[in-house]
Design a protein around this ligand. Structure first.
Ligand code: AMP
Ligand code: MG
Length: 420
């Protein structure tokens, strides 16, 4: 059954329903940046592994320094030194202090590290001139990580901090989800690859910019683009090209999904045994969107207009790719914005408007349109910081209204909730 004219929210739910992460592989930790963890990782060790000093100073007993002041310093006998990487040779007794460096194990008997700035040494004795550190500056064993506890979870995108945490617990080859391989096919007799740019200069053809922008979008989302080139507006040639998608994890086509005389993508997908579960979404840009399966993998039929193709990939293709790629939070995090100008919609559709965000002195950023919102103007997409979501109703939105927007940079996962 094909759902037609779905709302953006319905389309998003339908496309993501039942999508499960791909298989996993182990990679060296230094190649794990940007990958998604496929299993919870627990530690076998405590971190820190021992009670240690958080300052350079003197390890002492709090009871010996509790009443210390500049006027009446506590005088303690210095019985040794512990550098980072060393262990104390003996315990600290009452009336004693041990010189200690940041990170070094606190000797037994001591419960306090007095910062060096509050001390003065006199022969083999140290004078403590302030009581503020009594009972402080000891980082207890296991305060960060306890053995046996999971500390990084399946579905986490590995950034610099996660890579550091994994290294600290010895995870040299973390298990990560395979990068989704995404077949990309452009359709249209008017299109040429970059190699044929002279035909563009001659006024005969246009560059298939979707081939490049979608490959880049796939890469930016953590996938591996597989180019199937450009198919002609003719069923046999189109079918031929689409067959090469076998072996990938997802297929993205652009163009030919409208109702023009040469729009064959849908029928060719069905003739190859594929299914069409969604056609057309109540949105602008991007209304003529198709979704289904082909050769057992998800197929997204994006519209051909360069802005529509990128916007629909952003809204539906990226979360699909990231779900396949194991992300726990496949959507971008939407934010509140204040519209900088009045907006009037030409039709009751959910609009995704290209906006530039200006930081306000307080509160939400102000969103200004990049200019005309024609779906053929790819430069306006390049100028945009975010897609502002304008609900289908009311048709007029006053300047100063709070709306939601999807920033086009940043990888923080979130729960983009689309209006009905
Ligand atoms: P279509 O969806 O095939 O009707 O195409 C809609 C518009 O998008 C037409 O102006 C096409 O020339 C243009 N278009 C289609 N595919 C691409 C592409 N791969 N790169 C750039 N423009 C395209
Ligand atoms: Mg076309």
């Amino acid at each position: 059954m094909t759902v037609t004219r779905a709302s953006v929210g319905e389309a998003s739910a339908l496309i993501l329903a039942g999508v499960v992460p791909l298989s996993a592989e182990r990679v060296a930790l230094d190649a794990a940046l940007g990958r998604v963890l496929a299993e919870d990782v627990a530690s076998t060790v405590a971190l820190p592994p021992w009670d240690n000093a958080s300052m350079d100073g003197f390890a002492v007993r709090a009871s010996d320094v509790r009443d210390a002041s500049a006027a009446a310093p506590a005088s303690l006998r210095v019985v040794g030194t512990i550098a980072a990487g060393q262990r104390a040779s003996r315990a600290v007794a009452g009336g004693e202090a041990m010189r200690i460096m940041t990170g070094a194990p606190v000797p037994s008997g001591a419960d306090t590290v007095i910062r060096v700035e509050d001390t003065a040494t006199e022969g083999d004795r140290v004078l403590v001139r302030d009581a503020r550190d009594a009972g402080r500056n000891v980082r207890p064993r296991g305060e960060d990580v306890l053995p046996g506890r999971p500390i990084v979870f399946a579905g986490t995108l590995l950034g610099p901090a996660q890579v550091g945490v994994l290294s600290s617990v010895g995870a040299a080859r973390p298990l990560v989800v395979r990068r989704p391989r995404v077949a990309i096919l452009a359709t249209g007799d008017e299109l040429v690859p970059l190699e044929e740019f002279p035909r563009v200069e001659a006024g005969e053809r246009i560059v298939s910019s979707n081939s490049y922008s979608l490959a880049a979008a796939v890469r930016a989302a953590g996938g591996e683009p597989v180019s199937l080139g450009i198919a002609p507006d003719e069923p046999h040639g189109l079918a031929e090209r689409l067959r090469a998608a076998r072996g990938c994890d997802m297929v993205v086509t652009s163009g030919g999904v409208s109702v023009g005389d040469f729009d064959y993508t849908r029928t060719v997908v069905e003739s190859l045994g594929g299914t069409l579960s969604l056609w057309r979404v109540r949105m602008r840009p991007g209304a003529p969107l198709g979704y289904g399966t082909l050769f057992g993998m998800p197929w997204l039929g994006l519209p051909g207009n360069p802005v529509s193709a990128l916007v629909t990939f952003e809204l539906f293709g990226r979360p699909l790719l990231r779900t396949l790629g194991g992300h726990r939070r496949p959507h971008r995090r939407a934010i509140d914005v204040i519209t900088g100008e009045a907006i009037s919609l030409g039709a009751p559709l959910t609009h995704f408007m290209r906006v530039v965000l200006e930081d306000a002195r307080s509160g939400a950023p102000v969103a200004r349109l990049t200019g005309a919102q024609s779906s053929g103007m790819l430069t306006s997409m390049g100028a945009a910081d975010a897609l502002m979501i304008v609900p289908p109703e009311p048709l007029s939105v006053a300047a100063g209204t709070t709306l939601r927007a999807i920033p086009l940079d940043g990888d923080l996962g979130g729960g983009t909730v689309f209006p009905a």
